[in-house]
Unconditional design. Structure first.
Length: 488
């Protein structure tokens, strides 16, 4: 295929060159009706390219196949058989993938370190999750993706499971042995879904971890806006093999997706694919070199430790994305929450993750020596001002086993069932009716249908006091918790 083409961008250029006159949405009509103050901030190009996909980018019957050609080029670029663009982020894409594999009351093996969007898919669909335990690092209080052996054991216990879902890379950049997990699934004749939201860049450089399609996954979801150069909400999902019907996959996406997709997001996906095919290896090499320099320099800052080798090995991660730089602050005695807040306030530096002991920075091809210098200056400030950042409420992080709660009912029944709010100190032993998710990284600590215990509640409540954000809780302060009504 000719990867110098960009069908969506070319069609946009043609639309504007031809001087098309719309009597359709969007009502701003290429910005002519937009508030000049909004145009000044957003730019005329944004409004000029914000047109309909049908009777705009393409004609009423889509006879030019603009979107289809762009998707075919993307599939070819990443070695997939089919690719679908999504303008609702990977949160929609992963739900579409799940619904194409399992239906209401059917079982799906799911790594318990899944993102909240996966749990939302379970709630909407009524799929019955069979949780697969991550590989816990009790010393660092961190979860890595489940092993292939753990998936195999769960298939032995639940041979009627319709498939499996694994998250790789995790938000911390750690990766599963996808080839081994895919082999386990295929031994049972079941498909593997990979939530690879953080791995859109992986196909385009040999020094990055293997990506899902090359590892044998059947469906893979990627967020191009995360590690690629797409616009926010720009996502793609890919399919290969015969275990997931692409017609069914498309139908599930159509069920959940918007009927008014953003052409701006399509254009971002299309342009990024062309850029990666023409320059991707060189651009990513530049990013890898910058990340290595940053990692070395950060390691020289007193009190900071860049976690890398500690994440890898038996019982831990199989591989690691070197563009995610995870920094342990325990040597400074301050939390990641406080450090992240201070750096935004003092240096206008925004970090990717912050937890009870870590912060992280993602490096992409958009970075350069100046942005890395800004990062190093900010981290040096943290080291020099650590005394000011110490103190405050401490997060009481329990042992991994204490965070594994009993799944009493399926998430859907608990979420939609009769519920009540009770004081947090009276919620122990009750069945939770909401998700409680520290964000980022967005992995729920408590799910609907799980029985609450004291260590999990104490972790979340002390975390909130220390700066943790739990945005999906009905009471974000966690003074009260939503629980299933009438349960002991």
């Amino acid at each position: 295929m000719d990867h110098s083409q960009a069908p969506v961008l070319d069609a946009l250029a043609a639309y504007r060159h031809e001087g098309q006159t719309p009597f359709t949405p969007p009502g701003h009509k290429q910005g002519r009706g937009a508030d000049p103050r909004a145009r000044e901030i957003l730019g005329d190009a944004v409004f000029g390219s914000d047109i309909l996909a049908i009777s705009g980018l393409d004609d009423r019957r889509s006879t030019h196949g603009v979107l289809e050609r762009a998707q075919e080029l993307m599939a070819d670029a990443v070695h997939a058989e089919k690719t679908f663009f999504s303008t609702c982020g990977s949160s929609l894409s992963v739900k579409s993938a799940m619904l194409s594999v399992a239906g209401p009351d059917e079982k799906l093996l799911v790594g318990r370190d899944a993102h909240k969007s996966v749990v939302s898919g379970l709630i909407l669909s009524g799929v019955r999750p069979i949780w697969v335990e991550p590989q816990w690092d009790p010393e660092r209080h961190l979860a890595h993706a489940p092993s292939a052996e753990t998936f195999a054991a769960r298939f032995e216990e639940h041979p009627d499971a319709r498939g499996a879902l694994v998250t790789s890379p995790t938000p911390y950049g750690t990766c599963a042995n996808l080839s081994a997990v895919a082999d386990v699934c295929h031994r049972y004749g079941r498909p593997l879904i990979v939530d690879e939201a953080w791995g859109a860049h992986l196909p385009f450089h040999p020094d990055l971890p293997s990506w899902a399609m090359d590892a044998g996954a059947d469906v893979c979801v990627t967020s191009v806006h995360k590690m690629g150069m797409g616009l926010e909400q720009g996502s793609v999902f890919h399919q290969q093999g015969s275990l997931v019907d692409p017609v069914v996959l498309k139908a599930r996406e159509d069920l959940l997706g918007t009927t008014s997709p953003s052409v701006l997001l399509y254009a971002g996906l299309d342009g990024w694919r062309r850029q990666m095919m023409e320059q991707g290896r060189d651009l990513l090499q530049h990013a890898l070199d910058l990340a290595e320099r940053a990692r070395t320099e950060i390691g020289r800052i007193p009190g900071l430790h860049v976690e890398r080798e500690e994440f890898l090995g038996p019982g831990r991660a199989y591989d690691l994305d070197p563009l995610q730089i995870v920094i342990d602050l325990s040597g400074l005695g301050c939390s990641g929450y406080r450090a992240a807040d201070r750096l935004r306030e003092t240096h206008r530096v925004n970090l990717h993750l912050a937890d009870h002991r870590r912060i992280s920075a993602q490096i992409t091809q958009a970075d350069d020596k100046d942005t890395i210098s800004d990062l190093l200056a900010a981290l040096t400030y943290v080291s020099e001002h650590a005394a000011e950042l110490r103190g405050g409420p401490a997060v009481r992080v329990p042992d991994p086993g204490e965070l594994r709660l009993e799944q009493v009912t399926v998430p859907r029944d608990a979420f939609f069932g009769a519920a009540e709010h009770v004081p947090a100190d009276r919620a122990v032993g009750r069945i939770c009716a909401e998700m409680l998710t520290p964000y980022p990284p967005g992995i729920p600590a408590v799910l609907p249908g799980e029985r609450l215990n004291e260590p999990a509640l104490e972790y979340l409540r002390t975390g909130v006091a220390a700066g943790m954000v739990v945005p999906d809780a009905a009471d974000p302060a966690l003074d009260t918790v939503r629980v299933q009504k009438g349960t002991p």
